[in-house]
Design a protein. Structure first.
Length: 318
């Protein structure tokens, strides 16, 4: 069999994106199904498998697909399970996702990992980290995800869940409460929701003029648009966020000595406001032997395809 194609699936809390990908990282065809309409895993798997089969037929790749790669919240590479994923209605318990999907796909092999690790594999296979063997992938979205690559291998730890850098304490005294139950997690400050939270807190604590005051609700995109228009409060919010990221990155550098830290996700679009404070804080807080050596780079993957590409990259090893 000429296995020159793979399928990538990005399982999200609201939707699941599916794509057929070739060896060059071109998404030949893609589709989307709802995730949030299913409270049980069985009917979701049935629809997902049918959608994959239909996409393979429509893309003309029948008999040429090597396997399926899946990126999902709390996906475990070792066991092929999704465990305690609160954003998935059917994900509150241990779900044997790879086994169920493979069976529904007539035995086509399935590899699964968490979404941030999938992003790291995708970046190493198709994107900015191509050729790198030591880097850290940081995804800045609703939360902060991470994938750690050492000597060309993703670090999974003994149980498959290593690399939750978004839940390392960035603020230790009076830190914000995180959804994980801890306080001061990096995710509560440096995610899209964290930036919006900073904006709301700062507006309450001062009378500083800002275009953000006219908004009923504030999202990170609003802070970004305000910063582009020169709003001083918005600019200081990004400086604050970048400083926290940079200090945390200095800690991350100390344990894995990466060649680069790769940033991806919606918040990474604000790189013109984040890069300088991140690099400054990172180099001020890292040991001298790493100062100025670790590159800060941004994903080169097309955002609309990135999740599919990241997941698909897993399937080349099947």
């Amino acid at each position: 069999m000429d296995s020159t194609y793979v399928v990538g699936i990005d399982v999200g809390g609201q939707t699941s994106k599916i794509g057929v990908v070739d060896a060059r990282g071109t998404v030949l065809a893609q589709t989307v199904i709802r995730t949030d309409t299913y409270a049980e895993i069985e009917p979701y798997i049935a629809e997902l498998a049918e959608a994959v089969k239909k996409l393979i037929r429509e893309s003309g790749t029948e008999g040429k697909v090597r396997g399926v790669g899946v990126g999902a919240p709390n996906g475990n590479y070792y066991t092929g399970t999704i465990e305690n994923a609160p954003n998935l209605r059917w994900g509150h318990h241990k779900v044997e996702f790879s086994k169920l999907l493979s069976e529904a796909m007539d035995g086509l092999p399935v590899a699964l990992t968490n979404d941030a690790n999938a992003a790291a594999v995708g970046e190493m296979t198709y994107g900015a980290a191509r050729g790198m063997k030591n880097f850290i992938m940081i995804t800045l979205g609703t939360g902060v995800g991470s994938g750690i690559v050492i000597n060309g291998e993703v670090v999974y730890g003994h149980d498959g869940f290593a690399g939750e850098l978004g839940h390392v304490a960035a603020v230790r005294n009076n830190g914000r409460t995180c959804g994980c139950g801890k306080t001061g997690c990096l995710e509560t400050y440096a995610s899209a929701t964290g930036v919006a939270r900073t904006a709301r807190e700062w507006l309450e604590l001062s009378d500083e003029p800002s275009v953000l005051r006219s908004l009923d609700t504030i999202a990170s995109k609003d802070v970004y648009e305000a910063a582009k228009d020169g709003d001083k409060l918005a600019l200081r919010i990004f400086e604050f966020t970048g400083k926290i990221l940079g200090r945390s990155f200095a800690d991350f550098v100390a344990f894995s000595s990466p060649e680069a830290i790769v940033l991806f996700g919606g918040l990474a679009r604000a790189k013109e406001f984040l890069t300088e404070p991140i690099e400054k804080a990172m180099n001020e807080n890292v040991l001298p032997l790493w100062r100025g050596k670790v590159k800060l780079i941004y994903s080169q993957l097309k955002e609309s395809d990135a999740a599919i590409l990241g997941a698909s990259a897993l399937a080349w090893e099947l």
